[in-house]
Write a new protein. Structure first.
Length: 415
């Protein structure tokens, strides 16, 4: 006999599962959430080590995500923004490429500094122009191409192309240019209208706030092993018992969801993030840094002095540096000495005195988002299970939150 009955059982307490449960609870449904781990958040979490906050897989939160304000109290996150723009390591010295909409007065000085000219700006504008009309991007998804082809068509070349390629590779976790150009444009829109930031308590603050409204209905360390069709709904089993639910939402990561539903999993992208502490902060603006040099051979896609933008992330009297690189096709991350050396080059400092805080290797961090662009995948399987997660919408925090709400709304409508 099952341990208990409920209206809806959500499997997985990541952003999508928590959002789904919160929407259904607000509509008066009897909802429980089972989570395999010992904490909520899924792939969004923060490790606190010796007073340092290290987000898993170096993440940032863009307050411009439309779904964010619908899901949480953004002001309560106490966001700490990065600088508006990007810092670039050049063949000689470094440059700051300012946010064109937020600091237009600095554009002439940026052009005079070299590395990017008026023709480059025009090419970038040609590529990014559709981002100002996101509905048009979605409507024309059948014409979508790979990102590398979209940039080629717009004439984005030279140092600008290297910076764009490496910056976006750090966002979508793909350095081949195979990612959907339409998806990259939707991300570009978010960077145009918002500035990435970090919550004062780390990225874990986002799932923690979502979970706070669920009134103790989250059961941790419940790893589901089977979901079986029953006479009235579903029977869900784990190593501790079973539950019967009229509706079941599989809100796990894409690979676990595939195991529970028998569906084919999407290709996944991996990332490794190294975190170091130092007693002397590297100079420069509190921005994300990328390597714009033609001959750059290091593995780092982006690096930043995290504590310069988010002081709450560092222990008193110390500074925190992070750098992210891709996990290779065979699941092997680059050596820490290689990421350290390359991060030091990009920031323009000697990193030999940096002290490692932690290394996080996440081999399945994001679903691949290949063309043609798909922003609304089905949230119900043919046999009646519900699905939500960033693999059902876009591979982003925005996509995870939207998919959770979308599944909840369809469950409510189905009744």
């Amino acid at each position: 006999m099952p341990d208990f009955d409920c209206d809806v059982l959500v499997i997985g307490a990541g952003l999508a599962g928590l959002r789904c449960a919160a929407v259904l609870t607000a509509r008066g449904r009897d909802v429980w959430v089972w989570e395999a781990a010992g904490e909520v958040g899924g792939r969004v979490g923060t490790d606190v080590i010796d007073g340092f906050r290290c987000d898993r897989g170096f993440q940032v939160l863009n307050p411009a995500y439309p779904e964010l304000a619908r899901a949480v109290d953004v002001s309560a996150l106490d966001l700490q923004p990065f600088g508006a723009g990007i810092a670039v390591r050049r063949e000689r010295g470094a440059a700051v490429w300012v946010h064109p909409l937020r600091e237009p007065r600095r554009i002439p000085a940026m052009l005079a500094g070299g590395g990017i000219g008026l023709r480059d700006l025009m090419a970038a504008a040609r590529w990014a122009a559709p981002a100002l009309q996101p509905r048009r991007v979605k409507r024309n998804r059948h014409r979508d191409v790979a990102l590398r082809d979209g940039l080629d068509r717009a004439g984005v070349r030279g140092e600008l192309r290297r910076v764009v390629d490496r910056f976006l590779a750090g966002v979508v976790l793909d350095d081949t240019g195979a990612t959907s150009n339409g998806f990259a444009l939707l991300l570009a829109r978010m960077f145009l209208v918002g500035v990435p930031a970090l919550p004062a308590d780390g990225m874990r603050a986002l799932p923690a706030q979502l979970a706070a409204g669920l009134d103790g209905r989250i059961s941790l360390q419940r790893k589901v092993t089977a979901v079986e069709k029953a006479s009235e709904g579903w029977l869900v089993r784990d190593g501790r018992g079973a539950a019967r639910a009229r509706q079941v939402v599989v809100a796990t990561d894409p690979l676990a969801a595939a195991e529970l539903t028998g569906r084919r999993p999407p290709a996944m992208r991996g990332v490794v993030t190294d975190w170091w502490s130092t007693d002397q902060a590297p100079p420069g603006p509190p921005m994300l840094w990328v390597d714009g040099r033609a001959g750059a051979s290091g593995p780092v896609l982006n690096t930043a002095v995290i504590s310069a933008a988010a002081p709450s992330y560092a222990a008193p009297g110390r500074h925190l540096v992070a750098a992210s690189a891709l996990v290779g096709p065979h699941g092997e991350p680059p050596d820490e000495t290689a990421t350290r050396a390359h991060a030091g080059e990009i920031l323009g400092v000697d990193p030999s005195r940096w002290t490692p805080v932690t290394r996080q290797v996440i081999r399945a961090a994001l679903p691949a988002q290949l063309p043609p662009l798909s922003v609304r995948r089905p949230v119900r399987t043919p046999d009646g299970l519900w699905l939500c997660g960033d693999h059902r919408d876009t591979a982003s925090i925005q996509g995870a939150l939207v998919s959770g709400r979308r599944a909840a709304e369809q469950i409510a409508a189905a009744r």
